[in-house]
Design a protein around this ligand. Structure first.
Ligand code: NAD
Length: 249
């Protein structure tokens, strides 16, 4: 019950890693605001108890401020934010990229994270405590793991995690990131469907040292650790949670 008496916001909570994170924080005692653009997904994610859902596009600053204001109006504090909402893009070479895709991917994956750090971070600075965990990716650490815009956005999240940790550390606000490897979620469904249809399921995750892909709950466990008081002396770090994928760079 590490989150007893705490208030948390989880973005991308309508599916995958965000859903698992919201449900674990709720099980550990948090009051959770689940945020997503997908209203139907939010309804499926909502745990029993004193929690709320808010439909919000994280790339829109006014909507993000609206979420932070609503949580403050309801519960009067924000102890943890999991910035997890994200979108993927195709893996074609940059010479074929549609630059509108770059704007969209960076808007959600990077600027969306910045929006919540700005607005929830101000609340945390005022209360003198708080923890933010951003979902980056192994694609932000090494090449080849995602499309150009996606990888750039996740590298940006890792750097933003460090700079925000420097900005907010003096207010006792911690900022960290997790870098998942291959996890079975809505985002990776096409990859999993393709591999299974081709009879190549055993190749999924085979490049990492644990020789398997991961589950959303395994990323949620790391997010919940970093956002809890168990990680009280950890800030500015990006933790790979990837079955050892980046251990063999
Ligand atoms: P997912 O598609 O299951 O969940 C992502 C959620 O984000 C969805 O519910 C979606 O509706 C929501 N979302 C998308 N755009 C949004 C927006 N503008 N505003 C609010 N919500 C929005 O995928 P997932 O794998 O659970 O992804 C969670 C995070 O993990 C993402 O940031 C993703 O980049 C990252 N990640 C995933 C993997 C993987 O293998 N699945 C690996 C590395 C990193």
């Amino acid at each position: 019950m590490r989150y007893e008496g705490k208030v948390a916001i989880v973005t991308g909570a309508g599916s995958g890693i965000g859903r698992a994170t919201a449900q674990r924080m709720a099980r550990e005692g948090a009051k959770v605001c689940l945020v997503d653009v997908n209203e139907a997904g939010l309804a499926d994610s909502l745990p029993e108890g004193d929690h709320i859902t808010m439909t919000c596009d994280v790339s829109d600053e006014a909507q993000v401020k609206g979420v932070v204001d609503a949580v403050m109006a309801k519960w009067g504090r924000i102890d943890a934010v999991a910035n997890n909402a994200g979108i993927a893009c195709s893996k074609e070479p940059i010479t074929g990229n549609d630059m509108a895709t770059w704007t969209k991917v960076l808007g959600v994956n990077l600027i969306g994270v910045a929006h919540f750090i700005k607005h929830a971070g101000q609340v945390m600075c005022d209360q003198g405590s708080g923890a933010i965990v951003n979902t980056a990716s192994v694609a932000g650490i090494r090449s080849g793991a995602g499309g150009n815009a996606y990888s750039a956005s996740k590298a940006g999240v890792i750097n933003l995690t460090m700079t925000a940790a420097c900005d907010l550390g003096g207010h006792n606000v911690r900022v960290n990131a997790v870098c998942p490897g291959l996890i079975e979620t809505g985002m990776t469904k096409p990859v999993f469907d393709y591999a299974r249809d081709a009879g190549k399921e055993d190749r999924l995750g085979s490049r990492c040292e644990l020789r398997r892909y991961g589950r959303p709950e395994e990323i949620a466990a790391a997010i919940c650790f970093l956002a809890s008081d168990d990680a009280s002396y950890i800030t500015g770090q990006a933790l790979p949670v990837d079955g050892g994928n980046t251990a063999s760079l």
